[in-house]
Design a protein around this ligand. Structure first.
Ligand SMILES: Cc1ncc(COP(=O)(O)O)c(C=O)c1O
Length: 364
């Protein structure tokens, strides 16, 4: 049997760390859930246990996101990348245009998919500044009659985030994969918010999708059933055999967030955790160089470089020896990335910050 003492600090960008009480509960429910004598992996998706799991999970999403009846809550397979295609397939007419500020790899991929279905206005070209920030209002060039504006609220690879959603009169569509439910966000003002689960919500393979009912009515073409939001909504996310285990895990993670004080408490804790690492960067006399501009610093993914690649390799090796894994930056940015999602412990951020200070003192 494993215990928290034999687990190491997991800074992975995703799949990522899960709350330990949730892992303990999953272990029990995999054997026998709700005293049914059957584990969660073995229950029919049409039976009462899975009914309860889906209803409770949906209700927790509604509570955390502050949603009323005008939004649907869906669970769809295929991760966030499937959403890159489903969104334009459903909502971008062939002769229409959608605004897509490009803040890095994931929005670049979303743009590529959207171009298969209609016109795309790249409303901000982040590549020009190496994706070191999210656009200010005066950097956005919006089209007059956009079907929607798609943005990514937290850019996992670069460690940047929007402080507020972009301002537009077009329906807002947000990829919140790497920060879902890490801070209060005006979810109900969005036509759609989606998130692949494997960072802040649960295991990979399922996306949480929040979509406003009046936006669903703007569906512009008939898609194959599994790619049609209206059909998922009509069938309570059980159009076929759904990703039951993923939805069940999301439900437990959301219960843990609610019991931990909800989104304001998460945001406060996440900011304090991130500050410890940013202080180690800013206090290093230039030894560590943060990638994101200060106003756009993410609290979920913290990215920085060292003076040389050799020092970065030594940093990763010594960090691994000290029980810290998953710190290698994405290949497109290089350097170091510490992903410290909701479930990541504050003490782990202290450990990394202390390690960074020692490393800079010895090698700087
Ligand atoms: C912001 C963002 N969007 C989309 C994705 C793609 O997610 P998935 O692998 O679930 O398709 C990722 C994955 O890291 C991501 O960080």
């Amino acid at each position: 049997m494993t215990t928290s003492t034999d687990r190491i600090l997991n800074f992975s960008a995703g799949p990522a760390i899960m709350p330990e009480p949730v892992l303990e509960r999953i272990r029990e429910d995999t054997w026998n859930i709700d005293d049914s004598g059957i584990g969660i992996l073995e229950h029919s998706h049409r039976g009462p246990v899975v009914d309860r799991v889906f209803e409770e999970t949906e209700q927790r999403v509604r509570t955390l996101a502050g949603l009323g009846d005008d939004h649907e809550v869906l669970f769809i397979q295929g991760g966030a990348s499937m959403q890159f295609a489903m969104i334009p397939m459903n909502f971008l007419p062939a002769d229409g245009v959608a605004d897509y500020p490009d803040t890095g790899t994931w929005t670049t991929k979303a743009i590529k998919e959207a171009k298969l279905f209609g016109g795309v206005n790249v409303a901000f070209e982040g590549a020009a500044s190496r994706y070191d920030h999210c656009p200010r209002a005066d950097e956005l060039s919006l089209s007059d009659d956009a079907a929607y504006l798609h943005y990514c609220s937290n850019n996992t690879i670069y460690g940047t985030r929007y402080m507020l959603p972009p301002q537009t009169t077009a329906p807002l569509v947000c990829d919140a994969s790497s920060e879902m439910f890490s801070r209060p966000w005006p979810f109900a003002d969005h036509a759609m918010v989606y998130a692949g689960a494997q960072k802040n919500l649960g295991p990979s393979g399922v996306a949480l999708v929040i979509v406003r009912r009046d936006f669903l009515e703007r569906t512009c073409r008939d898609a194959a059933s599994m790619l049609d939001y209206r059909k998922h909504a009509k069938n309570g996310s059980r159009l076929n055999t759904p990703p039951v285990f993923g939805v069940y895990c999301i439900g437990l993670v959301l219960e843990w967030i609610l019991e931990s004080g909800g989104l304001p408490a998460m945001a406060d804790r996440n900011q304090r955790k991130a500050n410890r690492i940013y202080e180690a960067i800013d206090g290093s006399g230039g030894f560590y160089r943060g990638h994101a501009t200060i106003p756009c610093r993410s609290t979920m993914n913290i990215t920085f470089r060292l003076p040389t690649e050799d020092l970065e390799a030594a940093f990763l090796k010594e960090a691994a020896d000290a029980g810290m894994s998953g710190l290698k930056g994405h290949r497109s940015v290089g350097g170091i990335r510490a992903s410290i999602y909701n479930a990541f412990p504050a003490a782990g951020c202290d450990t990394l910050a202390a390690f960074m200070k020692d490393f800079a003192r010895l090698k700087g």
